[in-house]
Design a protein around this ligand. Structure first.
Ligand code: VAL
Length: 213
């Protein structure tokens, strides 16, 4: 019974324009195990983005982390339709100039037991590789795991910000809170425990708005 690991994760904006205060930019990824190595979120200044206010009726079983999301306009309906959001309204445009220089928090920032490991700034960065064909219009950027992600960091001279959290044997290294020792893949190339452990931690942190499909 193989389920897709696609997850949609909101990243809270912690500094930027007044309009983005309390908003969350939403990323998607098919590789949840790369989330612990997230170092930035990429957008494309050529894409049209909007600020969406959402409502959900299933408050008890599921709490939306915040109620203001930034999404590519062509993907907002699709993304929110996969979540338990029951209603949404587009509040305003979000100009590229507002995304530029904004900073998010990592979804694991401030978690008990993490010893501040994820308490760093997650900058929004412009990138041509970001499209609005699929996803959310924002790319979760983990320079140690993705080619475009790595290039974006090379270009900015940010290689010193990279962390190497996964070792040669595809295991989370001892310095990584919660996930140390967990395998991304086992020796036979089969999936290990890392994806599910990361997803469970995100759920616990209130950090997923949709899964699968
Ligand atoms: N950027 C990729 C993703 O969104 C990975 C390689 C981190 O899943």
């Amino acid at each position: 019974d193989h389920k897709s690991h696609t997850i949609w994760v909101p990243f809270k904006v912690v500094s930027g324009s007044e309009a983005l205060k309390d908003a969350r930019v939403v990323i998607w990824t098919t590789t949840p195990w790369t989330i612990p190595s997230n170092k930035a979120v990429a957008y494309n200044k050529g894409i049209s983005y909007g600020l969406y206010r959402v409502a959900t009726t299933e408050e008890e079983s599921w709490t939306a982390p915040g109620d203001l999301y930034v999404l590519a306009d062509t993907l907002a309906e699709d993304t929110l339709g996969k979540s338990r959001v029951t209603e949404f309204t587009r509040v305003s445009d979000v100009a590229a100039s507002e995304l530029e220089g904004a900073v998010c928090a990592h979804p694991f920032a401030g978690l008990d037991g993490a010893d501040g490991f994820w308490d760093y700034e997650v900058p929004l960065i412009d990138g041509d590789h970001v499209t609005d064909d699929a996803g959310t219009g924002f790319v979760h950027t983990a320079p140690s795991h993705g080619a475009d992600d790595y290039e974006a960091f090379v270009k900015r001279n940010w290689l010193d910000r990279m962390t190497h959290n996964v070792g040669e044997e595809s295991e989370f290294l001892p310095h990584v809170p919660f996930f140390a020792g967990l395998q991304v893949f086992d020796r036979k190339g089969k999936e290990g425990k890392a994806n599910n452990a990361v997803i469970a931690k995100l759920v616990e942190a209130g950090g997923i708005i949709a899964r699968g499909r």
